[in-house]
Design a protein. Structure first.
Length: 216
């Protein structure tokens, strides 16, 4: 006698739907926000060189727009929400923490820094947070000098709500090709010089810590 098959749990069904969603996002050239949502595409930022060829910022946001290849990771922890509400409410300002980091501290002349934005639900209940392209920003500065921001060249900014469980983290990576940017995606001829830089991640009104890294 065949053993009756157990019905997949809601979590398993949710993961299966996410796999299908990711495949759809890859097909349209978007990048995955963790394993759940699209980070979005950025317009090419021109960085003139001797050949006069335009340079666009690479990484999970830039490369995915050009090549349709997502690369991000996510980890989730915590227990199910004790809330009895069927629909999660919007995350309160104090429930979500944004953290900035880089994959390494020092970068040789040929190394492009990988900027990492991590969003975590530090509250006690499931809640929704907007991680759309109209909310996120990868910002690089050197002292008071604003060097680069993905917000300068974001294409078609959009909202995208994801539900996060208590303790859950979602992580997105952006590879900065050591170019400058300006509001309105204007061309900037100057290139960042070797030295110390800081990376700050922003999600709407939420600001991260500052991550320090060096360019050689």
């Amino acid at each position: 006698m065949a053993t009756p098959r157990r019905r997949p749990s809601p979590a398993v069904l949710r993961r299966r739907r996410l796999v299908v969603l990711i495949a759809m996002l890859v097909a349209v050239g978007l990048v995955a926000w963790g394993s759940i949502a699209a980070v979005g595409a950025f317009r090419a930022m021109t960085a003139p060189d001797t050949a006069g060829a335009p340079t666009s910022p690479a990484g999970e946001s830039g490369d995915a727009a050009a090549n349709g290849t997502p690369s991000a990771d996510a980890s989730a922890s915590g227990s199910a929400s004790p809330s009895t509400s069927e629909e999660p409410t919007s995350c309160q300002p104090g429930d979500v923490v944004v953290k900035a980091s880089t994959e390494q501290r020092q970068h040789g002349p040929e190394d492009n820094p990988v900027l990492v934005m991590t969003v975590q639900n530090t509250g006690e209940f499931d809640c929704e947070v907007n991680v759309g392209t109209g909310q996120q920003e990868f910002l690089v500065k050197s002292g008071d000098d604003r060097i680069f921001s993905t917000a300068d060249c974001v294409a078609d900014p959009a909202d995208l709500d994801i539900t996060m469980e208590p303790g859950q983290e979602e992580t997105a990576r952006f590879t900065w090709e050591r170019v400058r940017s300006a509001p309105g995606c204007q061309t900037v001829a100057a290139k960042p010089r070797p030295g110390t830089y800081v990376f700050e991640a922003k999600l709407g009104n939420r600001e991260s810590n500052v991550a320090v890294f060096e360019l050689q």
